[in-house]
Design a protein around this ligand. Structure first.
Ligand code: SAH
Length: 232
């Protein structure tokens, strides 16, 4: 089953142009042809069965046929994470999307491993992971910015669980949404980061267990714990 994310509105009878990347994927990678069916979603109108109406070099169009899954509310969990090396950041975006996060907030901390992120690349990874994991939405990717800026305009109703290794913090347990998880960089949070976090009333330090996890592992484990079944 091929699932593709599109920007256009979805409704029966609509014709929608594919992006050149989607056309290439359908024709060359998946060897599909006109008449084959695909599923489309845009984050607003649910999931639709559609047919490939035309497929040529770098071009394709779909005809939208019928609604197969109505739009539903996703969990409302954000992941704020210190930007890591490129491949690891890619992995975090992919796994966090599979784990259902509604927003991704990359931040620069004292010991962040990279000076910038390629937002376009991360967006593409999130779209692909949303397609693959049968989500009906793609997480919102916020622009990367310093930790203090992200904390400065934090929404009052959202608790932020800051994962702190070696810190007598209580274990992370499932939370009702809206919630957010904060994971530090490979080198851990620095003293200035910690001071900043301590000053924020909405920050709750949490432990992910007795072992020191790599940042990417901590993201995956933390998101799973935060959303353990039966809560939220
Ligand atoms: N290099 C640091 C570890 C950083 S681990 C050191 O040796 O001390 C990277 C990030 O993962 C941390 O900033 C923290 O947010 C998270 N993390 C890793 N293990 C954790 C644990 N057991 N409990 C809570 N957070 C953890």
């Amino acid at each position: 089953m091929i699932r593709l994310h599109v920007e256009a509105a979805l409704a029966a009878g609509q014709t929608i142009d594919a992006t050149p990347g989607q056309a290439h994927y359908l024709a060359t990678v998946m060897r599909r042809s006109a008449g084959d069916s695909v599923r489309l979603f845009n984050g607003r109108d649910g999931e639709w069965e559609a047919r490939i109406a035309a497929l040529g070099r770098g071009k394709a169009a779909f005809t939208v046929e019928r609604l197969v899954r109505p739009q539903a509310d996703d969990a409302d969990v954000w992941l704020m994470f210190a930007v890591l090396k490129r491949d690891t950041t890619d992995l975090v975006v992919q796994k966090a999307t599979e784990l259902g996060v509604s927003a991704l907030l990359p931040v620069f901390t004292e010991r962040t491993n990279a000076a910038r992120v390629n937002a376009q690349r991360l967006e593409a990874i999130a779209v692909e992971a949303a397609e693959q994991s049968e989500r009906l939405t793609v997480p919102v990717l916020h622009p990367a910015r310093p930790l203090h800026e992200a904390l400065a305009d934090w929404p009052a109703d959202r608790g932020l669980f800051a994962a702190m290794e070696r810190a007598e913090a209580p274990p992370l347990t499932p939370a009702r949404s809206p919630a957010a998880l904060l994971i530090g960089p490979e080198g851990g949070f620095g003293p200035r980061d910690c001071m900043l976090l301590e000053q924020c009333g909405f920050v709750r330090p949490v432990s992910l267990g007795p072992r020191i996890l790599r940042a990417e592992t901590a993201c995956i484990v933390g998101l799973a714990l935060l959303q353990a079944p039966g809560c939220g």
